[in-house]
Design a protein. Structure first.
Length: 273
């Protein structure tokens, strides 16, 4: 069967015994990056956590070659003990492993997901946000209109939102938030479970300046946006429709409340007028 194995975010001691026992049994390892997985196994072996280095085959499985790889090794998933490992954390969350889950479901193949390290839940638990309700979005689009519209929708949500962001785009993300809502509460976790782990919780404008002063943008980040005013503002779709506003302005408000595109809201308003 196929087993999805969570790997440490940074601290090797976060590997679970179930993960180690599963690694021992596998003959095929599908890896987001084979170099990262091989290095992890070597480090676990050096620390005495993994008694012997696995002798199984290592194959890359990522967003670029996943579909082709399934054509090559699909049959082996039902014949061997196979593991899939992300570079770090819980597999199949904003991760190519999603293709494997879908394939197993489509083909009726047995698979299992082991519990283990997850950047999403670790960061949210550390954030101090108290609602207990949050949206995990993953990575925003890299640029352009798609990125602007996605961020606008997330800022309008009535719950906290968990984002992943690359180090070279973190400053840009904070600038985008500050340009819209400089007072928005933001939690940022850097290098979770690693030597240079840091937690920050500030208003967006303050956080941006603090990270600039500390020159702290390098590293792996999880960013959590505080809840928007969507639920607590008392503003509903019906309220917006009742307002005497130009269609374009009304469409923008409706888009923020519903998550639909401004264009579709505008077209519907014109049809109903």
């Amino acid at each position: 069967m196929l087993t999805f194995i969570p790997t440490p975010l940074g601290n090797l001691q976060d590997i679970t015994w179930r993960a180690v026992e599963t690694i021992k049994q596998c003959t095929l390892f599908l890896c987001e990056d084979t170099r990262v997985t091989r290095r992890l196994f070597s480090l676990l072996h050096e620390r005495g956590i993994l008694p012997d280095l696995p002798e199984g085959e290592f194959l890359s499985f990522n967003e670029h070659n996943g579909a082709k790889r399934l054509q090559e090794i699909g049959r082996r998933l039902a014949q061997e003990e196979v593991a899939y490992l992300s570079d770090a954390g819980m597999p199949a969350i904003s991760d190519p492993g999603q293709l494997l889950v879908a394939y197993c479901q489509e083909k009726g193949l047995d698979y299992d997901v082991l519990p283990g390290p997850s950047a999403v839940t670790t960061a949210y638990a550390a954030s101090g946000f108290g609602s207990g309700h949050f949206l995990f979005y993953g990575f925003l689009p890299h640029k352009g209109r798609a990125r602007r519209e996605a961020l606008d929708r997330l800022l309008a949500q009535p719950w906290e939102t968990v984002l992943y962001e690359a180090p070279h785009r973190l400053e840009k993300l904070l600038e985008e938030i500050v340009s819209r809502e400089p007072e928005r509460e933001v939690f940022a976790a850097k290098e979770l479970s690693k030597q240079h782990q840091r937690y920050y919780r500030e208003r967006a404008a303050v956080l941006l300046e603090r990270l600039r002063e500390e020159k702290a943008f390098r590293g792996e980040w999880v960013v959590i946006l505080g809840a928007g005013a969507g639920e607590g503002s008392g503003l509903s779709v019906e309220d917006v429709l009742a307002e005497e506003l130009p269609p374009k302005a009304k469409a923008k408000l409706l888009a923020r409340l519903t998550g639909e595109s401004v264009k579709s809201c505008y077209e519907r308003l014109i049809e109903q007028s």
